[in-house]
Design a protein around this ligand. Structure first.
Ligand code: PMP
Length: 423
C-alpha cells in the first residue's frame, strides 16, 4: 500500500518486473522454512581479526578472508587515520577526471617493485580490477579463455569485454592446450588466458607453472588473479606464481586489497610497460571514484608487513595444517589439501544452513557457501584461516566441529521439524 490513502503506487500493469525472481524466492524459502537468514547476518561489533560479537555472544571469526590478520595491525590503522587527517575521507571522483593522490602512485610503484613488474595500476575494488583489465586487454578479435570455476568478476569481465569466451576444464592445462590449438583467431587476434592462484571456494591451487608452459607454447597471454594467495604464498608473499617459480611468466597479475592487504581496493601488475596505456581506455578505471586515502594507506602499510614479516605466512600455514588435519581426522569431507581456505562439503543446502547456524550459535563464524556461487553445485561450510588465529583458536574451532558431528542426529530432526511446521 502507498500509505497515502490513495492507490498502490507500486502497482504496474501486467507481470511485475520482479516476477523473474520467483525461482529465487522459492530457493530462499528453504532457508525461510528453517528460520535462517545467512545473507543478512550482522555483527554488533568486530573487536579484532578473529573476534566479533553478536548480542552478548563472542564469536570466533573463521570466515573473513583476513588471511594475515592485518585489519587491526597497529601500522595499518595508524596509516589510515593519518591519511584521513591529511586528505579527508573521500576522493570524490575518478583519477582521470579528478587526479590522483601521491599515495595512489606510491602504492602502484611499490606493488610493481614487489612483484618485479614494470607496471602496476591500482583500482577501487578487486572486482573492478578484473572488469577493467580484462575489458581493456581483450578487443573484438581476441579470445578470452577462462577456467570453468572462474570467480564471478572474471565471468563478468568476459561479458563486459564482449569478446568470444572459451571455458576450459577446471585446473586442467591439457584441456586448455587442446582448446587453444583448436581455436581459430582473426588476423591480429590474441588469446588471453585467465586463471586464479588459489580458488576461493574449494581452496584448491592452480598449476600455474603448467599453464604458463601451455601459454608460452601457444603465444597466449597469461592473466592470474591471486586475490586469495597474494601475501600468503611464496617466500616473499608474491603468491602461488612465486611459489611455483613462474612469477616472471605472468603477463598480468591481479589481486585485491580486501584480503591480505587489509583494506578495500585492487591492483593489476604487468610485465608489459604498455599496460599503462590502458588507464585511458578502461572504463571501470575511468568512470568510478578512486580508492579513498585511508584505504590506500592501510594497504600500503599491509604491503610493508607482507615484505617484512614472513612469520605471518608461517603462522597461517601452520594453523591451516592444524585445522585441516583435525577436520580430516574427524572424517569430514574436505574439498582440497590444506590451504588457508578449507571447505567442508555437506550433503545439501538445508543441512549446510542448519549446521552453519548451529556453529554461529555456538560461537564460530564460518561461511555458508551454496549454489549457484559454488563449483559442482556444492553446499559448503567454508572456513578461512588467519595468521592471527592462535593454536588455541583452532582447537576451539575443531571442538565445535566435533560437537557438530556429535549433535548431527538431533540437528537433522530439528531441521525436519522446522520444514514440516512451515508446510
Ligand atoms: N577475485 C577473486 C578470486 C575473488 O574471490 C574476489 C572476491 N572475493 C575478487 C576477485 C574481488 O575482490 P574484491 O572483494 O576486492 O572486490
Amino acid at each position: 500500500m502507498s500509505g497515502t490513502g490513495g492507490a498502490d503506487v507500486s502497482a504496474k500493469p501486467g507481470l511485475s518486473i520482479f516476477s523473474k525472481y520467483e525461482p529465487l524466492r522459492e530457493r530462499a524459502s528453504v532457508l525461510n522454512k528453517l528460520g535462517i537468514d545467512p545473507f543478512n547476518m550482522t555483527f554488533d561489533d568486530i573487536m579484532g581479526p578473529t573476534r566479533g560479537r553478536i548480542g552478548n555472544r563472542e564469536i570466533i571469526l573463521a570466515g573473513t578472508n583476513n588471511y594475515l590478520g592485518l585489519t587491526y595491525d597497529a601500522g595499518a590503522r595508524a596509516a589510515a587515520k593519518d591519511a584521513i587527517d591529511r586528505h579527508g575521507t573521500g576522493t570524490t571522483g575518478s583519477r582521470i577526471a579528478n587526479g590522483s593522490y601521491v599515495e595512489h602512485a606510491r602504492l602502484e610503484r611499490d606493488l610493481a617493485e614487489h612483484l618485479r613488474k614494470p607496471s602496476c595500476i591500482v583500482f577501487t575494488t578487486g572486482y573492478v580490477t578484473n572488469l577493467a583489465a580484462m575489458t581493456g586487454l581483450a578487443g573484438p578479435d581476441d579470445v578470452i579463455f577462462i577456467d570453468a570455476d572462474a570467480h564471478a568478476c572474471i565471468i563478468d569481465g568476459t561479458r563486459l569485454a564482449g569478446t568470444t569466451t572459451v571455458r576450459f576444464r577446471h585446473n586442467d592445462p591439457k584441456d586448455l592446450d587442446k582448446r587453444l590449438g583448436r581455436q581459430k583467431f582473426a588476423d591480429g587476434g590474441h588469446a588471453l588466458v585467465v586463471i586464479e592462484g588459489l580458488y576461493s571456494m574449494f581452496g584448491d591451487i592452480a598449476p600455474i607453472d603448467e599453464f604458463a608452459e601451455v601459454c608460452e607454447r601457444h603465444g597466449a597471454y597469461l592473466y592470474v588473479d591471486e586475490a586469495h594467495s597474494y601475501g600468503v604464498f611464496g617466500e616473499g608473499g608474491r603468491g602461488i606464481a612465486e611459489d611455483q617459480g613462474v612469477l616472471d611468466k605472468i603477463d598480468f597479475y591481479s589481486g585485491t586489497f580486501s584480503k591480505s592487504l587489509a583494506s578495500v581496493g585492487g591492483f593489476c601488475a604487468s610485465n608489459h610497460p604498455e599496460f599503462e596505456l590502458l588507464r585511458k581506455v578502461m572504463r571501470p578505471y575511468m568512470f568510478t571514484a578512486s580508492a579513498a586515502p585511508a584505504n590506500i594507506c592501510a594497504a600500503q602499510a599491509a604491503l610493508e608487513a607482507i615484505k617484512s614479516r614472513p612469520e605471518l605466512r608461517r603462522n597461517i600455514t601452520d594453523r591451516a595444517a592444524q585445522l585441516h588435519s583435525g577436520l580430516a581426522d574427524m572424517e569430514f569431507d574436505l574439498c582440497a589439501p590444506a590451504s588457508p581456505v578449507i571447505a567442508v562439503r555437506r550433503p545439501n543446502e538445508a543441512q549446510a544452513a542448519m549446521e552453519w547456524n548451529w556453529l554461529l550459535q555456538e560461537g564460530v563464524y564460518v561461511n555458508l557457501a551454496v549454489p549457484p556461487g559454488t563449483p559442482q553445485s556444492s553446499s559448503l561450510l567454508r572456513i578461512s584461516v588467519s595468521a592471527a588465529h592462535t593454536e588455541e583458536d583452532v582447537r576451539a574451532i575443531l571442538a565445535k566441529f566435533r560437537a557438530l558431528k556429535d549433535n548431527s542426529a538431533e540437528l537433522m530432526n530439528e531441521m525436519m521439524r522446522r520444514m514440516q511446521a512451515s508446510e
